[in-house]
Design a binder for this molecule. Structure first.
Ligand code: FAD
Length: 489
């Protein structure tokens, strides 16, 4: 009997699901008969990209969700390159790099020598006003304190446990927490160090000191970036930790979709998957529109607790992350007439420590960070609202959120920041997973259970292996590698 192609169903059309579909065909080893799997991607809504959504209008490129990709995690740039979008890559201009922390009525610059807020350079520390008083000096005790037995054994701990004891409470709350908490909009007392910022746990584990370990990590990262050829390819990324695309990250999604369709894969939109049941050979995937898809292999690239509900087997027993284990956040994009607002301070924006109780948690000077994203006579700013376990703002109207954003801005940048020409509010309910301590073990356990109870079903995406876009792409590529070995052509 002639070989028949394997049928793969991907559930979820965010960056994870789309990258998995793309790499199945892009990377699939071409065999003699060229037999590749048949791929169907099913998306519940009428739009692809999931959290990544870009609005392009007139001369504006407005990101609703993510606005940048880490340069140092290679899978983001690799995807852009594989999609043929290398010439579209934009770095942050040298004059707009670096962020500040708002504290005690002042914006305080974070030195590039403070990776994740850890001071790795004495001179930069001496010149910085990030932390004052005893807390400023206390930080160096890290070099003398004995190591932590649990961390040295490779056990997980919260970010707070890993950092606060080493650098002292002041430095932790004023310099580190706003940065690491900001990425997850989370609470470092609850977030797993190994799952969120493993470089911090590794610094302590392998170097007995955060300062020594992060200095080493920074050096190694610099060497890897130098030797990877990234800067020869994209000189604009030298010194820029993040990149975007000229037409926004939505361009990456549109190009993924074009490639996927050109490769002959099927994308079904507006169909919510309701169940995945074992069938004679493989699985039967049913959707709200009454369609049924037969699959040899199912890749589930959507939030975990919703995915769990689609299966009737007792695998995993309980969801990895519940709805309450996610932070709800909003951002408000404000567009001003450049001629009537004051000049922006240096840098790409600022973050606000919890202790400041400001109406916003962070702010990006978008038109300064990404000059291509707004006309030259406009200043575009994005303010952020909401943190884990602070959803007090969620019942507020859009008008109230805009007021919050403007109030926060006035407080930090001065009274000249009123009357935006336009304001766009984007809400993300339960969108940012909060990996608890032990998360990586939970994920490993879930996958072991899956292998027994639901062979050939994969759970990937932001709930499991990292929330950043490169993390999602890496997870997708890893599954594709697994498929190659399972189904050699
Ligand atoms: C506000 C915000 C800002 C961020 N900023 C950045 C940033 O600047 N840089 C960065 O690297 N990362 C950022 N992140 C994180 C990153 O954007 C996400 O982790 C990533 O996009 C998640 O992709 P995903 O494909 O795993 O999930 P999603 O994007 O959530 O996609 C899942 C898809 O599955 C679909 N789906 C759900 N249920 C079903 C069903 N039953 N049947 C079919 N389809 C279904 C959904 O409709 C959705 O399209 C940000 C996240 C947020 C919330």
């Amino acid at each position: 009997m002639a070989d028949t192609p394997k049928k793969i169903v991907i559930i979820g059309g965010g960056i994870t699901g789309l990258s998995a579909a793309f790499y199945i065909h892009h990377d699939w080893p071409v065999s003699q008969n060229g037999l590749r799997p048949e791929v169907t991607l099913i998306e519940a809504t009428e739009t692809l990209g999931g959290i990544i959504q870009t609005q392009r209008q007139d001369d504006y490129v407005i990101e609703y969700g993510p606005d940048s990709i880490l340069t140092t995690k290679s899978e983001g740039l690799q995807l852009v390159d594989d999609l043929g979008l290398s010439s579209e890559v934009v770095g942050i201009p040298a004059t707009s790099r670096g962020a500040s922390i708002w504290r005690d009525g002042k914006l305080r610059r974070i030195s590039p020598q403070f990776p994740l807020g850890v001071p790795t350079d004495f001179r930069a520390w001496r010149e910085s006003d990030l932390v004052n008083g005893w807390g400023r000096w206390r930080v160096w005790l890290d070099l003398m304190l004995p190591g932590d037995g649990r961390i040295a054994r490779g056990e997980d701990a919260s970010l707070e446990t890993v950092v606060k004891k080493r650098l002292g409470a002041n430095w932790f709350y004023e310099a580190v927490e706003p940065l690491i908490g900001g990425v997850y909009a989370g609470d470092p007392a609850k977030l797993s160090a190994k799952a969120t910022f493993p470089q911090l746990a590794d610094a302590l584990r392998f170097h007995g000191s955060l300062i020594r370990g992060m200095k080493k990590w920074q050096q190694q990262r610099r060497e890897v970036m130098q030797s990877s050829g990234v800067f020869e390819r994209w000189p604009q990324l030298k010194g820029s930790s993040f990149f975007t695309l000229r037409k926004g990250l939505g361009h990456m999604i549109e190009t993924l979709v074009t490639h996927i369709q050109k490769m002959g894969m099927s994308i079904q939109m507006g169909q919510r998957v309701t169940s995945v049941r074992k069938a004679d050979h493989g699985y039967c995937v049913s959707t709200t529109t009454g369609h049924q898809y037969v699959a040899d292999h199912v890749i589930v690239a959507m939030p975990n607790e919703k995915a769990n509900a689609m299966f009737d087997l007792p695998f995993g027993k309980k969801p990895l992350l519940k709805r309450g284990d996610r932070a709800s956040v909003a951002n408000v994009v404000l567009i001003f007439d450049k001629s009537i607002v004051p000049a922006l301070p240096r840098g790409s924006g600022f973050v606000v420590p919890r202790t400041e109780h400001l109406s916003i948690t962070a702010c990006t000077f978008t038109s300064q960070k990404w000059p291509h994203s707004a006309p030259t006579n406009r200043t575009m700013i994005r303010t952020y609202i909401g943190r884990f376990e602070d959803a007090s703002w969620m019942n507020e109207t859009d008008e109230q959120l805009v007021s919050r954003a403007v109030d926060g801005l006035k407080c930090v940048l001065g009274s000249g920041w009123t009357e935006p020409l336009e304001a766009i509010v984007n809400r993300y309910s339960c969108a940012l997973p909060q990996y608890p301590v032990g998360h990586l073990d939970d994920v490993a356990r879930l996958r072991t259970n899956l292998e027994v109870d639901l062979p050939n079903v994969e759970f990937i995406g932001a709930d499991y292996d990292g929330v950043g876009i490169p993390d999602c792409v890496r997870a997708a590529k890893k599954i594709v590698q697994k498929l190659f070995t399972l189904y050699p052509s």
